[in-house]
Design a protein. Structure first.
Length: 317
């Protein structure tokens, strides 16, 4: 039965082909409900919308429950897999979408963010690769600019499947997504742009918890007690550009006044690596990132929004 399930899920669509189920009118309506009435009324308005969304999308429920099954098996103190947990997970995601809109509109300030490990990163004048994940609200991180002494951030994204949402962010704050670089493929022009970013002492942000599109830059790792595929693109870039590699993980903050918590952990210091040893190095770094992500989701279990078949996939040939 398990093998049959794995084969079925392995044939499911790659995450990049899953269209974002976001409606322009609905998102804007909820945003203005918040602006006019505040978060309490927004919460009340959001519940029926989220519940309908959750009921109508069985794949969303399935992958959410699968995540909680893995999480609870890995850490028994974490929430068990159940429909209430899945609905709460979906509601947190919807609530985070509001924060993304608010971040684009400039509502978040430095005091809204608790930061750990950023001082060491900022003390190093070199540019760096920042490996992030689909946790928390990375858009809020724009408010960290003051802490990094004016250093800019370039974000590698695959946004073609989320063009509607990107357009909404742009309408709220023209130019908000200007630092995003589309990475359906790394062309020579993109590679040159990234090299110039690192040489200028700036940061390149790349997601480390979704396998790449049309690429074999991935490796199996142990994550929440079972083998999963993680991308290696960030570590390949680090080796090519000879840039330090750090994690940048965001979660909803449960202590103090800050709404979000960002943590930075150094994964790799630049060094020359023999060609024969590169794949081993990339696999080790991907595993280190998986360990940091495990710590993050155990601490904040409702903050990981990777809504696709994460474990039950086969490497592309």
């Amino acid at each position: 039965m398990r093998q049959a399930r794995c084969r079925t899920l392995a044939m499911s669509a790659h995450w990049s082909t899953i269209q974002e189920n976001t409606a322009v009118f609905g998102i804007r309506l909820l945003y203005w409900i918040y602006r006019l009435t505040g978060r309490v009324v927004f919460f009340l308005s959001l519940w029926p919308v989220v519940t309908a969304y959750w009921i109508l999308l069985p794949q969303l429920r399935r992958v959410s429950l699968d995540y909680f099954r893995h999480l609870h098996a890995f850490e028994p103190s974490a929430p068990r897999a159940g429909l209430p947990q899945s609905l709460r997970h979906t509601f947190r995601f919807a609530d985070t979408i509001l924060d993304k809109l608010l971040a684009a509109a400039g509502h978040f300030k430095r005091d809204d963010i608790a930061v750990e490990g950023a001082a060491s990163l900022n003390a190093d004048p070199r540019g760096a690769i920042l490996v992030t994940a689909h946790t928390g609200c990375n858009e809020v991180g724009r408010a960290l600019a003051q802490q990094f002494s004016g250093r800019s951030i370039r974000i590698l994204t695959h946004t073609k499947h989320a063009g509607t949402f990107k357009a909404i962010l742009e309408r709220l704050h023209p130019g908000f997504t200007a630092n995003c670089i589309e990475v359906t493929e790394i062309t020579p022009a993109v590679a040159l742009e990234l090299q110039q970013t690192i040489q200028a002492g700036d940061f390149v942000v790349i997601v480390g918890d979704r396998t790449p599109i049309h690429s074999n830059a991935q490796t199996p790792v142990s994550f929440l007690g079972e083998t999963a595929l993680m991308p290696t693109g960030a570590y390949v870039l680090g080796a090519i550009l000879q840039a330090p590699v750090w994690t940048m993980l965001s979660t909803r903050n449960s202590q103090g006044k800050a709404r979000y918590h960002f943590s930075f952990t150094k994964l790799w210091e630049p060094q020359r690596v023999n060609r024969a040893e590169r794949q081993k190095l990339f696999a080790e770094l991907a595993q280190q990132f998986a360990r940091e992500l495990e710590k993050t989701v155990v601490r904040s279990p409702y903050d990981w929004f990777n809504f696709y078949d994460f474990w039950d996939r086969e490497p592309r040939k």
